[in-house]
Every structure is written in C-alpha cells, then in structure tokens.
Design a protein around this ligand. Structure first.
Ligand code: ADP
Ligand code: ZN
Ligand code: ZN
Length: 766
C-alpha cells in the first residue's frame, strides 16, 4: 500500500473479511495513518498467517469497484518510482487524473461524475428559515445552486466552493435536491477558435509507403521494439502516425499519441480527431479536472481507444496497446520538472516494451540520446528525407550581426528589414522568432552600478513596459518600474537586451501599416488563445506573427514565406550541455514553418556567431552533420549520450548550510563509490535500470566508472528564495548509478530544513 506522500516506502495493512472481495492490486483504499485517514493505492496482496504481535491496522474501505491502475500500469508506475528514485505514491498520483489520489483534495470519492440538482423551490423567506433553521451552510449551498442555475457538479461544489459532502447530502435528505450520476462527456475541442481541418484523401508517397510497410510489420510481429522516425519538417510524419494508429484500431488494439504541448499543436490534435472522431480522448493539463476525468474514464472503460495528450498521458489507462507515438520526441517538455521527475519518452519506451506495443519516436531533429541508440542498432531507424508536398525546404541565410554598424545591438539588420518590407509589399506573411519576452532584459544604473534583480532568484528582472513592471521570469516576482535608480536616485537608467515586447514596438514604428500579432506567455493566457491567434494568421488577418519558441512548433501555415530569427544566440550562450542541441532544434523547427505553400520560403537567422557549427548545420538543413559534431563535443568531458547523468540539488538556506550539506553529500558519495563492489548490478535493481531505453549507449560494463563532479553552486544559484548547490553524477553504468541514488534517497545525508532533489537523466542543469 502506498500513500500519496513523499515517502519512499510502502505500508502494510490487513484487509478485513468484509472488504476481501473488492481488495485487488490497483484499487484505491482508505486507511488509518497516524491519527489521520489517508487514501492510497493497494499495490500487493499477500496471504500471510497473522504475524501476531506486529500491530497491523485494518483497511477502512475500498474505494473502487475495479482497479484504477490495471496490472500493467501498476508495474509501469513501480518502474518509474524505482528508476527515478521517486516516492511510489507520488507516481501513482501523477498517473491518475487530478484529485483521485489527494493533491487537490484529500481522500477519494467515487469515480463517476455526480451532479446535484435543485428539485424544490423555497420562494419565501419564511420557508427558507423553516427549512434550514441554523443549518447555515446548507442554506448557502442551496442559494449557491440557485445562482448556478439549479445544477452543479458535486466535485465543483466540494473542491472549488468548499461545501462538504454532508452539507450536500443534507439538501438531498430534505428533498430539496437530488444527487445523481451523469454520463455527459464534455468535448474541449468543440470550443471556439480552433482551426477546422477538412482532410482531403492523401495517397502516401513512396517514402511513406516504405516506412509504413516496415512499421506495420513490426507492430504486428512478436517484439515490435522502438523506432526512431527522423523526417524533415513537412515530410508527412503525422500521416504515418495516423495510418499506424488506424491499423492498430483495425486490429482491435488501442493507440497513443504523445505531443509536447497541446495548446501549441492544435493542428495535430485536430488531424487526429478528424481521423478518429469520437474514438479519441484528449488528455492534457489545460483541461479542467472534470474534463480530464471524463477523458480518462472513457479510456479506462474502453469506450475510447485512442489517447492523445501531453507528458502524463503516457499513463493513460489503455489496454491492448498497439502503438505509442511520441511526436517531437526531442522536446524538453517530456521531462517533468518536479517529483516524480520522469521522462515521458523513456516511460513510453518501457511501457511499449512491457505491453508488446510498437514505440515510434518521431522528430525532424531527434534527441542525441535516441539518435545514438538508433545508430548503435539498439533501436530501428527510419527516415523521411523529403517534403511530402512539392514545396522544397526554404533556404537559410545567416546574417552576421557584427557587420551591422552602431554601438547598440540592432534588432533588425538591413537584410531582415528589406526582406520584411518586401513581404509586406507583396501581401505575404512572415514569422519572427525571439526566444525572450518582455521589453528589456536588463535595467542597470550607470552611476552606482545597481542592476535590478529578483529578491528571491539570482537573475535580472525584465522590464515589461506595457504593464509598467519589472518581472522575474523564473519565479514570477513583480515590482513596479521606477524612472529613477532605487539605490542612488540617478535618472540615467540604462535598458539593455530586448525581448518580444520591444521588437513588437520597433516593428510598429518601422512598418506602421503592418498587422502584427505577438504570441508569448504574456499574450496567451487563455486556454485556447494560441489557437485563436493562429486562426487569425491562417485567415490572412495578420502580416507578421512574432513570438517566442511557441511559434516554432507544428504550424502548417501556407501563407508564410519569410521566417526571421531575431537573435539566434539567446540559447547558445546558456551554460548548459544541451544549449547547442536546443538551438539547432529550434532553428530547424522554425525554419520548417517557411514555404509550405506555393511561394518558396526564405529564412534569415541573425547571429553574432555565424561560425558556430549548430548554426552552420541549421543553414544546411543538415541534422547528421550537427549530430556527428555534437556527439564528439560530448565525449570529453563526458555527457549523454556517452554516459548517464544524475543531478543532485541541495537547496534551502542559509547559504553556508547549503554549501556544507552539499560537501557532506559529496563525501558520502565518494565513500559509497569506494566501498561499492563494481561487479554488482544483478537482480531487480539492474533490471529496472537497464530497462530505461533512453540515454546511455554503452550498457552496463563491468567495473564501469562513476564520476562525481562538484559540488558547486548551480548556474542559477538562488531560485525562489532558496540557495542551490549541486553535485553531478556521471556513469556509463545505469545499474550502478541507480544503486547509488537509491542508497542516497533511503538515507538522505542532508539536515532537515534543507531539500535534496534527485534528477535522473536531467534535461538541463541550470
Ligand atoms: P510532418 O508531420 O512531418 O511535419 P505532415 O504530416 O504534417 O508532416 O505533412 C506536411 C504536409 O504535407 C501536410 O499538409 C500534409 O497534409 C501533406 N502531406 C503529407 N503526406 C502527403 C502525401 N503523401 N501527399 C501529399 N501531401 C501530403
Ligand atoms: Zn544608481
Ligand atoms: Zn525570481
């Protein structure tokens, strides 16, 4: 039995005879825990003779008639808990819809959706007083229901409005309201603002036919395995996914498609819906709890057999899986940035293998981890080298910003300015990418040297001009902008660095007639606002779409003939081992947005580092050249995919305590390394670690090294008020690394008050 708490261990309870027939692995149970009651997942049942003496308490209730985690999912969660060294209860919670296992609401509650309706009026004040007397909350619930039109979800009344179940039950007992199940499934994609795609019948081209034949044969075979599908942008990968998924359905199996961020890929989701209609359930964090629960339940009950969703959809309760597709598999958002820190791509690979499904990892720019495994022959490699439509990839030109005159950095080079002017003249559309939002990224005083920084993070504040505020992009801290230095009162404040807000202003000055849309997290707060902005672009109501990396993804807008990258060096200069890879991926992705229609496209990339290999490879649309060079660069000092990493972050305060704890952690690690028998790594632990497909090409070699780097302050050494130090572990042997991490987690060598976070296979080290 595991509780939804940050505890690595599980607990034993006795199942009383009255509950025995419903107690099965994967159901939720209510148990006493200390002096409280908690909800947990029943993991295992064993018939043990009463141990006698040991004080084992009784399960109070079984909450589900059927397991909410079927056996394969339960195993998958346990693998995640073990591999990522995460509390199992938190993994179960992440795998289930919100609210089912604590988190937003303590306790369980029945699975079906309940609705409460008013059935009796109390028009006069006297009637109300007679009906409720001193039952004030009942009266409030009654009147709330009146304002809600006489009907509301029980879950909404409980969670959002804070009425207890007994208050609601009291209304029912008095005959004023009814509580009943309602099987309505809301459809979030029926909402406004999404492009409606009418798919014409597409004949697969010879490249697609070949890929489909081989993948279908694998899917139908006994050990389908993992396939990396590298296809340039617009090569027709999505078409391949859809046909594979249909094939799985036709064979009576189910299918899953993972996408990085649904709001950013509405077109992909629409195509899946167009292909499969009401057999699709969409799962992602933008849905309300109720919507997510509906979608999840439809899958669990088998009413829908296609799941589309973001990271956590990898745990969708599908059975008889035929295929799992991970689209844009290189995307960093597949890694969860809080406990459990799983990587959905790795989980997808493990799940597909365990359930006999095919796993397809699709991308124009595969992650080096996947690429290395495919190159080494551990995974299959398939390639779609050409665009599916007659339109060639656009030419990419690097514009050297150093050649531009002037002391301050120019936003628009002569070249980009002229190219934009030409598009506007001809009535064509352009995309401008700048991966930095706000107006100025740096507010400095030339007289006293003060730079406005966040008080809880060691980063400079960005000036958001329109809002008149300085904002921390890490923790969201905001402070009013002042015209004078807070320190010395100087009026000569300097604004350096520019973000999308400033580009938008400048664009408006240069091209007063241009219709400009900006898309970044400051302009897209609503659930479907991306879709709405994109729809205006599609309808031709926008000339220039400006935005952060969110405009780079998945857009198929045939009117775009120019893509301008304002500053390609933004990501290149980050102190992180993936900075070149991320830059190359972003450029390849955004370049793919140009020239999808009849007019050939052009891509201009502004940079001060035109000789950097990532930029040169992007210019040549040459993924292989990029990957070869990047693989070399990661050989020494070693980084994935040559070996595996685990980042251990100690955080809290004061600073000295954090530094001391990090030193103590490092000592423990060094002693462990010295004591550990290198030939170990057999049994369950090794199995769990070896099963993680993503990352590590060399497998477990005997006596493989384990290297400790650090401890040292994190690149961002203060975040949300916590000081941060880290120690980085490197090893080619995942089993040995796993043993060390579990030993550390079982007995964390940090004093209480400080936090130790273990990030296995980290996406970034900032
Ligand atoms: P990707 O997912 O690789 O970026 P898509 O599947 O989105 O590529 O295809 C890009 C465009 O090419 C889409 O407009 C799609 O309808 C079209 N397309 C895909 N396959 C074919 C084909 N065989 N014949 C004609 N057009 C195709
Ligand atoms: Zn000053
Ligand atoms: Zn901050």
């Amino acid at each position: 039995m595991a509780l939804a708490r940050p505890l690595l261990r599980s607990f034993q309870y006795r199942v009383p005879p009255g509950l025995a027939d419903r107690a099965r692995p994967g159901v939720r149970v209510r148990v006493p825990f200390g002096r409280r009651r908690e909800t947990g997942i029943l993991e295992e049942l064993e018939t043990a003779p009463d141990a006698g003496g040991a004080r084992i308490r009784d399960v109070l209730d079984v909450l589900d008639p059927e397991p909410v985690l079927h056996p394969a999912l339960l195993d998958l969660c346990r693998w995640v808990a073990r591999y990522y060294v995460a509390p199992p209860g938190l993994v179960y919670r992440a795998a289930l819809p919100p609210g089912m296992l604590g988190g937003r609401r303590a306790g369980g509650g029945p699975l079906h959706r309940q609705v409460i309706r008013l059935v009796h009026d109390l028009p006069t004040l006297r009637e109300r007083e007679e009906a409720f007397g001193r039952a004030r909350r009942q009266r409030e619930a009654f009147e709330t229901l009146e304002t809600l039109g006489g009907r509301a979800e029980v879950a909404h009344l409980e969670r959002r409005l804070g009425f207890t179940r007994s208050v609601l039950a009291g209304l029912a007992e008095k005959g004023l309201a009814t509580i009943a199940d309602e099987p309505v499934e809301r459809d979030p994609f029926a909402g406004p603002g999404l492009p409606v795609v009418t798919p014409g019948p597409i004949e697969p081209n010879p490249d697609q036919v070949g890929v489909l034949e081989r993948l279908t044969a694998r899917m139908d075979g006994p050990r389908p395995g993992t396939v990396v599908l590298r296809g340039i942008t617009g090569s027709g990968k999505t078409e391949v996914y859809l046909r594979l998924m249909r094939r799985a359905l036709d064979a009576g199996r189910s299918a899953m498609l993972l996408v990085p961020e649904i709001a950013l890929t509405p077109q992909t989701v629409q195509r899946v819906r167009a292909a499969f209609g009401d057999r699709v359930a969409v799962l992602h964090s933008g849905l309300s709890d109720g919507e997510r629960h509906d979608a999840w339940e439809a899958l669990r009950a088998g009413r829908r057999r296609v799941a589309v969703g973001t990271r956590s959809a990898v745990f969708a309760p599908l059975r008889d899986l035929g295929v799992i597709v991970v689209d844009e598999e290189h995307d960093g958002s597949y890694k969860q940035s809080e406990t459990p820190r799983y990587h959905a791509r790795a989980v997808a690979v493990v799940r597909a293998r365990a359930e006999g499904a095919l796993c397809v990892l699709g991308s124009a720019t595969p992650s080096l981890e996947s690429w290395a495994l495919a190159r080494a022959g551990k995974w299959e490699l398939e390639t779609l080298p050409r665009r599916a439509t007659p339109h060639a990839l656009p030419g990419v030109e690097l514009v050297d910003l150093r050649a531009e005159e002037g002391p301050a950095p120019r936003i628009f080079s002569e070249r980009l300015h002229a190219a934009l002017a030409a598009r506007l003249e001809r009535g064509e559309q352009a995309i401008l990418l700048l991966n930095r939002r706000g107006h100025s990224t740096w507010v400095a005083c030339p007289d006293c040297g003060r730079v406005e920084t966040c008080r809880s993070c060691n980063v400079s504040l960005t000036w958001h001009r329109r809002r008149g505020r300085l904002v921390c992009h890490h923790c969201g801290f905001e402070v009013e902008h002042r015209e004078t230095c807070r320190n010395c009162g100087s009026e000569a404040l300097r604004f350096q660095g520019f973000g999308t807000e400033q580009v938008e202003r400048r664009l408006g000055e240069l091209f007063p007639a241009a219709r400009i849309a900006r898309m970044d997290v400051d302009t897209t707060s609503g659930k479907w606002s991306h879709g709405r902005i994109l729809e205006t672009v599609r309808r031709g109501e926008v000339d220039v779409l400006l935005g952060t990396q969110m405009i780079a993804k998945g857009l198929d807008l045939p009117g775009i003939t120019l893509v301008g990258v304002i500053d390609a060096d933004v990501g290149l200069n980050l102190p992180d081992f993936r900075s070149a890879e991320r830059t190359f991926q972003l450029l390849a992705q955004v370049a793919g947005r140009a020239g999808r229609g009849p007019v050939p496209g052009e891509v201009l990339v502004q940079t001060s580092r035109p000789d950097h290999f990532a930029l040169r490879a992007a210019r040549g649309h040459d993924y292989v050249a990029f990957a070869d060079r990047e693989m070399e660069d990661r050989a020494g000092p070693g980084y994935p995919p040559h070996l595996r990493l685990a980042n251990l972050v100690v955080s809290g305060g004061p600073e000295e305590a954090v530094a001391d704890a990090a030193e103590a952690l490092a000592d423990r690690i060094e002693r462990w390394i010295a004591d550990d028998a290198p030939e170990g790594g057999t049994g369950a632990a090794a199995g769990a670690d070896a099963a993680a497909g993503a990352g590590g090409t060399s497998g477990a070699t005997a006596a493989a090294g384990l290297e400790l780097v650090g401890p040292a302050p994190c690149p961002i050494d203060r975040l949300r008020g916590r000081w941060r130090w880290h120690a980085l572990l490197k090893s080619p042997d995942p089993a040995r690394l796993g043993r060390l991490l579990r030993a550390l987690a079982a007995d964390p060598p940090v004093p209480s008050g400080l936090r130790l976070e273990i990030d296995r296979d980290p996406e970034q080290l900032l």
